[in-house]
Design a protein around this ligand. Structure first.
Ligand code: GLY
Length: 394
């Protein structure tokens, strides 16, 4: 039987970030995933859009997304040093562009809310936006700049996390499937792999993304994760059009969202649809729409080489907020990050490591309580942090 301080179930960016942070805090870590990095992280464009991806009614998310955006540069510098690999983190800022008058009106409404919340957005006239990006269509109706929204390359990021973990004697990444939790009385004390082999752990972290299928979860606990499929395209610019864009461009075309993320190596990532049709393959209709909308904003998209199409499922929740926090003694949730997994990963990792180290959950994370969708009568175990709080009060 293997023993680890921390077992992370799920090797996408959220699980890998949590594993690496735990390793940095001195814990022995095991990551279990049949194909690490091959879920939503493989499709993700890597926009770090705390401001530009803010949506109405998602104010609670700012408690994670803003500190994550601030933390990113330092975490990437540390990870690049530890792994010896580049993560593709790039301070490229994000240009938010409206295609027509109704898109501009909707964008202005959102911008007013962003300004009320103290988010940094700079309105630009179409001409000013085109001075920043000369390939933008002359027809765009409005724009603003989210200067603090940058990008990372999720595929490089996953490789760097894996290299940093695999380079440590205290970490193991196993291409294996955790099938069930193992309990010792009220406490989770490990997992079963493929229904037979047991790994003991002081803490198990559930970072299973859209595929939360694990036996032995507490009775009555509802983790209502649903797969929200995204189709994403990878394209390449000819030398004559390089650099294609210097900012991330996030657009709105007849109320549909589209984004273009330019990488240093000439790759342009265009995304993403949001489908809940349970079709795992790439949707031809979505590819068609994404290319049309991207070309509406940047007509030279038609000159690019289409290199790859991919679809993956994001882990959506009913309120679009993550499931982050303690489920039971020995069991922590870090999933449900929906459209923001890459951005949120660095901050959810800190929250997970803090819980592992016995700190109580931060008050501003109450909105992410993994029990919030469960019946009040559910058998909610007394958690370590609740216990220590009541001990302090007594
Ligand atoms: N964060 C962008 C997306 O999920 O499409």
């Amino acid at each position: 039987m293997m023993v680890s301080d921390v077992v992370v179930v799920g090797g996408g960016v959220v699980g890998l970030a949590a594993a690496w942070r735990s390793l940095e805090r001195g814990h022995r870590v095991t990551v279990l995933d049949p194909r690490p990095g091959d879920g939503a992280s493989r499709a993700a464009a890597g926009m770090l859009g705390a401001v530009s991806e803010f949506a109405f009614e998602e104010e609670a998310l700012l408690a994670l997304s803003l500190p994550a955006a601030e933390r990113y540069a330092q975490v990437m510098a540390d990870l690049e040093r530890a792994s010896g690999m580049a993560t593709g983190y790039r301070r490229s800022s994000t240009l938010v562009v409206a295609s027509g008058a109704s898109d501009r009106a909707a964008g202005d409404q959102l911008r007013r809310r962003q300004e009320e919340l103290g988010l940094s957005v700079r309105p630009l006239a179409p001409m000013q936006a085109r001075r920043l990006e000369d390939l933008l269509s002359p027809g765009i109706a409005g724009a603003f700049l989210a200067e603090s929204d940058h990008q990372v390359d999720p595929r490089r990021l996953v490789s760097a996390y894996l290299a940093a973990l695999e380079g440590s004697a205290r970490a193991v990444v196993r291409p294996a499937t955790a099938t069930a939790l193992v309990w010792d009385g009220p406490r989770v004390c490990g997992v079963l792999i493929d229904g037979t082999e047991r790994i003991s752990a002081h803490e198990v972290v559930l970072a299973t993304g859209a595929s939360t299928r694990l036996g032995g979860l507490p009775t009555g606990l509802r983790l209502p994760i649903r797969p929200v499929y995204g189709d994403v395209l990878r394209l390449r610019a000819p030398a004559s059009l390089t650099p294609f864009l210097s900012h991330v461009v996030r657009g709105r075309v007849q109320a549909r969202a589209v984004y273009l993320v330019p990488r240093d190596d000439g790759e342009i990532v265009i995304g993403a649809s949001e489908r809940e049709d349970a079709r795992t393959g790439v949707s031809a209709g979505a590819v068609l729409q994404l290319l049309r909308d991207a070309a509406e904003l940047v007509p030279a998209v038609a000159e690019l080489e289409l290199v790859e199409t991919i679809a993956r499922a994001r882990p959506g929740t009913p309120d679009n907020a993550p499931l982050l926090g303690r489920i039971a003694p020995g069991l922590i949730a870090a999933t449900g990050t929906h459209r923001h997994g890459v951005l949120l990963s660095v901050e959810t990792a800190v929250a997970v490591a803090d819980l592992i180290d016995g700190r109580r959950a931060r008050a501003e994370h109450a909105a992410f309580d993994p029990w919030r969708f469960s019946e009040r009568t559910a058998a909610r175990p007394v958690t370590a942090s609740v216990r220590s709080r009541s001990q302090e009060e007594s």
